[in-house]
Design a protein around this ligand. Structure first.
Ligand SMILES: [Zn+2]
Length: 155
């Protein structure tokens, strides 16, 4: 003999007790369509990047958040992602082309600068040679002048 058998069935009392707190609880029972509560471990802003493809149920399920994913929406999102990468790749290639052209221009400028430096070095050598020549002439003339002064002083 157990207490549970002897215990009176008071489920009607429990129902009445619940209804006392939610007087609209009967409305849900009258509805045809009721929204399921969101899952407790719901991932916010999940991109559903990893999916399980179920051939039997013909269904995609997110492996991260467990949501059933609409196949067309999923493919469309991936396609848009690829379109974005497409544009980024084009922009990067254009950037590489621009940088290469800039580099070629700099290389040409470097060659020009080297040629100008070489020309300037030749001119400097010529000027130095002229200065050297002028110095020699001046020392020769100074020497001659000194000799003339000595000859004049000797008289
Ligand atoms: Zn997900």
């Amino acid at each position: 003999m157990s207490d549970q058998i002897d215990a009176p069935d008071n489920s009607d009392n429990v129902l009445a007790f619940t209804k006392r707190f939610d007087k609209n609880s009967d409305i849900k029972e009258m509805r045809n369509l009721v929204e399921a509560p969101p899952p407790e471990h719901k991932h916010h802003r999940c991109q559903h990047a990893n999916v399980l493809v179920d051939e039997h149920y013909r269904q995609l399920t997110c492996r991260r958040c467990g949501a059933v994913v609409d196949a067309f929406d999923w493919i469309l999102a991936r396609t848009k992602g690829e379109s974005k990468i497409d544009w980024e790749l084009r922009a990067l290639r254009q950037e590489i082309t621009d940088h290469r052209q800039g580099l070629e221009k700099l290389k040409r400028e470097e060659v020009n600068c080297r040629a100008r430096i070489k020309t300037a070095q030749f001119r400097l050598a010529d000027v130095n040679a002229d200065i050297d020549k002028a110095n020699k002439e001046m020392s020769f003339l100074t020497e001659r002048l000194e000799q003339v002064r000595k000859l004049r002083g000797a008289r």
